[in-house]
Design a binder for this molecule. Structure first.
Ligand SMILES: [Zn+2]
Length: 509
């Protein structure tokens, strides 16, 4: 009998040893960094790549180009439940839970059933988790990974859910206005005094007296509110961290040049700090990083704005790649939730280049303007977003003319400026002359009107002010990255990650 017990004990020790030290199935991708470019259709990827090639030469590829060149590239379909185009909330639900749902719904399937996310699977496996966005932590994409609400606009509820669950290790973003008691100003809250002025301040959006910041502290979160506090975080001592760096979204990338002066961290700074903290967990982690304002600049049809957001996002991809070089058990996956705007860089009959005398002695001349380096030089010459130029000119055409001429490579007449600001008597909003139905954001339509006015100068045209159907790219590197080749559906992505961990998300119903 004793022998049997001894044998059983010995056997269980061997079993424990084997389970502990042998890599479990799929443990190759112990660490996962999932980068989502919101609205990053192939058009904006191409914009960034060509800008970089024409301005910096072909020997200095972007990080995303290097990642694509690694060979694990595919296309991803983005349709939502029952419709061709998608909203960001339903897309986030697809990318986090592996189910299609209706627009605006977060963390619930098309019948409103709450869904598990890849974050939940990570926690079950003892992994740490992180969410980063330059929008708001309560905005659709990050919320899709931790919240369950019927409508993305329920951001106060979404903030409460983040703090109530309290298990997300790192949350770095904006959106402080949803975390403080009603009527309190962000800059007056004792914990938020350090939020940078340039981050945009303002009053609480809550209707109740909950102070989610003190609730988060009680749950063990370290709070940071500007770039200096972020970089001063003590990695060893930090178990969980909440970073709220702006009242609402971050200032757009083009409007915080040089960023080090604004006090708002870059996507890269947030990513690097998150990776250090998450990497303390021997069981690995899941980190989602969203370049969230590519989409915003695209809704505005502001091509230079898109370019700056893309380059900002690319640097974050670079930070992920640097981490993966040191940590080969890291899977990096990059994709987008959908395309926005349907950008075209196209040839036109505007400002034809002069004929050229060839070495052969012949004269070559073109009928069309195919777009040369000059278009990127003009984009690079833009110093402010359309949104900021409009805001700073306060509805005054003369002021808008000045703003445009001080901050872009273009000139504009006062009449043109007036037309951009003019409101349609019927709707009370600025309106495009055609495709009006695809410009749905009221007063914001002044921005796409600027995009239309300057488009011919940069060989750019935009289809719409909303999202499009265009399949997006997906590409990755590291263990399991070969599963991201070919044609995928957005709901496949978290399912593939879960499988790599030897786990699974609940089946679609
Ligand atoms: Zn989106």
């Amino acid at each position: 009998m004793k022998g049997k017990i001894r044998w059983a004990l010995w056997f269980s020790w061997v079993l424990i040893f084997l389970l502990w030290f042998s890599p479990a199935q799929g443990e190759g991708a112990k660490k996962v960094i999932f980068l989502i470019g919101d609205g990053m259709g192939p058009q904006s990827v191409g914009l960034a790549i060509y800008f970089n090639r024409f301005m910096n030469g072909p020997d200095k590829p972007l990080h995303m180009e290097r990642l694509m060149a690694a060979g694990n590239t595919g296309y991803c379909l983005t349709d939502q439940y029952g419709t061709v185009t998608t909203d960001s909330a339903s897309a986030a639900t697809a990318l986090a839970s592996g189910v299609k749902t209706r627009d605006a719904m977060i963390g619930k399937d098309h019948e409103g059933r709450p869904m598990k996310t890849i974050i939940d699977i990570a926690h079950q496996l003892g992994k740490s988790t992180g969410l980063i966005s330059d929008t708001r932590i309560t905005h659709a994409t990050p919320a899709g990974f931790y919240a369950q609400v019927l409508h993305r606009d329920m951001e106060n509820e979404i903030a409460a859910q983040l703090v109530e669950r309290g298990d997300v290790t790192i949350a770095f973003s904006g959106g402080a206005q949803h975390f403080i008691p009603a009527e309190v100003k962000v800059e007056e809250h004792p914990d938020l005094k350090g939020i940078a002025r340039a981050a945009g301040l303002g009053s609480s959006r809550r209707k109740d007296n909950r102070d989610l910041i003190s609730e988060a502290r009680k749950k063990g979160y370290a709070l940071v509110v500007n770039d200096q506090e972020l970089s001063a975080l003590k990695v060893k001592e930090t178990e969980k961290a909440l970073g709220l760096f702006s009242a609402s979204g971050f200032p757009s990338a083009i409007d915080r040049q040089p960023h080090h002066k604004t006090g708002v961290p870059t996507l890269t700074q947030m990513t690097e700090m998150a990776l250090q903290i998450l990497n303390k967990n021997p069981k690995g982690f899941f980190l989602m990083v969203e370049g969230g304002q590519i989409d915003w600049a695209e809704h505005a049809n502001d091509v230079a704005g898109v370019l700056h957001e893309m380059l900002e996002f690319d640097k974050a991809i670079g930070a992920a790649m640097a981490f993966a070089r040191e940590n080969p058990d890291t899977l990096i996956v990059v994709t987008a939730d959908h395309d926005t705007g349907g950008l075209a860089i196209a040839y036109s009959n505007y400002k034809l280049p002069a004929p050229i005398r060839l070495a052969s002695g012949e004269t070559w001349k073109t009928k069309f303007n195919f777009g040369d380096k000059m278009i990127f030089e003009k984009m690079a010459g833009q110093k402010k977003s359309f949104q900021k130029m409009l805001r700073d000119s306060k509805g005054d055409p003369a002021a808008l003319k000045k703003e445009v001429e001080a901050n872009t490579a273009f000139s504009i007449t006062e009449e043109q400026a007036a037309a951009i600001l003019a409101r349609d008597p019927k709707t009370g909003n600025p309106e495009t002359k055609e495709y009006t139905e695809f410009y749905v954001y009221g007063l914001n339509t002044s921005m796409p009107l600027m995009g239309r006015l300057f488009g011919k100068e940069m060989n750019t045209a935009w289809a719409v002010g909303t999202h499009t159907h265009t399949p997006v790219m997906v590409f990755g590197k590291g263990p399991g990255a070969d599963k991201f080749r070919g044609l995928l559906d957005n709901t496949d992505i978290p399912r593939i990650v879960a499988r790599e961990w030897g786990s699974s998300l609940p089946a679609r119903k």
